[in-house]
Design a protein around this ligand. Structure first.
Ligand code: PMV
Length: 321
């Protein structure tokens, strides 16, 4: 039986950076994100007794090496859960350009978790599905639920899972993914997680996070956008400062990143509210309210370092198609 699932990428407002258990992807802190309605991975999985090994096709190309290995290891987890040894055919497509610098691991592993487990005959409850997705890529667990996902860090495989904070209709927030000038080859999030603890700011950020999370939850509950956005940007700058000061230092920002951040700050002083957050890349995710999207998007596109933008509202989580 072939099963196909579609799943969104997500943008983290409170970020996952550093692993307490790198094998199980257990984080040091809770994290919180919004699904990106316009950045989707569709994955089909079929277990086939006739196959000698797993076959993995990503965006029309047969995957090999490390890229394939990560999928095979994930399928091994699914096989173990389902009590089977059959190999599988996996086909996966992203609808967003690779050049956008949007990490596809969250959408990819959440889609693979659903399609793979169902194709193997398992019907996992949501919590368990988020735990399985987490094993592929930590942030993938938050893409499983609709709208806004919250990952409770826990301290074991059983206790580290994602729950829904609110569905996709709760608040009309928008993420304008603002892609800036061509990036050089950058460090993967895996390298970033491994280096995180070496930053002198690692402990400070962890100590400050519970307060920031409480404040952000409050602003989210009260839909107080100005306060919410300030906390989102503060968290992003903190995370990147940690990356920049780790050993080895990891520098994701480029001149375009700084240009966008500076302009957002200037526009805010004129009352136009857009806040910056960055994942493991140079592109800026500009978080704003729906009423300001058109104006902000136009102004962003006028900046010399901006290549293109992708507009996202809060999207559905992983589902079968
Ligand atoms: O899920 P990973 O291992 O690719 O890590 C994600 C890291 C960030 O995107 C920077 C933050 C996050 O929580 O999504």
């Amino acid at each position: 039986m072939k099963v196909r699932a579609v799943s969104p990428a997500n943008i983290a407002f409170i970020k996952f950076w550093g692993k307490a258990d790198p094998k199980l992807n257990i984080p040091f802190n809770d994290s919180f994100s919004m699904n990106l309605s316009g950045c989707l991975t569709t994955t089909g999985v079929e277990f086939d007794g006739g196959l000698k090994e797993d076959e993995v096709v990503i965006n029309g190309e047969s995957a090999a090496g490390e890229r394939k290995q990560r999928v095979v290891e994930f399928l091994d987890l699914v096989r173990k859960k389902a009590g089977i040894t059959t190999r599988a055919m996996v086909e996966s497509e992203n609808n967003f350009p690779e050049a956008a610098g949007i990490a596809s691991s969250a959408s990819a592993f959440s889609a693979l978790a659903m399609a793979g487990s169902r194709a193997a005959g398992l019907q996992l409850p949501t919590g368990e599905l988020t735990r399985l997705a987490r094993r592929g890529s930590g942030s993938a667990c938050r893409s499983v639920v609709d709208g806004f996902g919250y990952w409770r860090k826990g301290n074991s495989d059983e206790t580290s899972f994602a729950v829904q904070m609110a569905d996709e209709k709760y608040w009309d927030l928008v993420d304008i993914v603002t892609v800036v000038a061509e990036e050089r080859k950058k460090a993967s999030s895996t390298e970033g997680h491994a280096a995180a603890e070496s930053s002198p700011y690692f402990k400070t950020r962890l100590a400050n996070l519970p307060h920031r999370i409480t404040e952000m939850k409050k602003a989210f509950k009260e839909k107080e956008f100005g306060r919410f956005g300030e906390l989102v940007e503060e968290e992003a700058v903190d995370l990147h400062m940690m990356a920049m000061t780790s050993r080895p230092p990891i520098w994701y920002w480029n001149a375009g990143t700084v240009q966008v951040i500076n302009n957002l700050r200037e526009w805010r002083s004129d009352g136009l509210l857009g806040f910056a957050t960055m994942d493991a890349g140079a592109s800026v995710h500009v978080i704003c309210e729906k009423k300001d999207v058109e104006k902000l998007n136009r102004k962003l596109q006028e900046l010399p370092s901006v290549k293109f933008t992708i507009i996202n509202v809060a999207g559905k989580g992983t589902h079968e198609v």
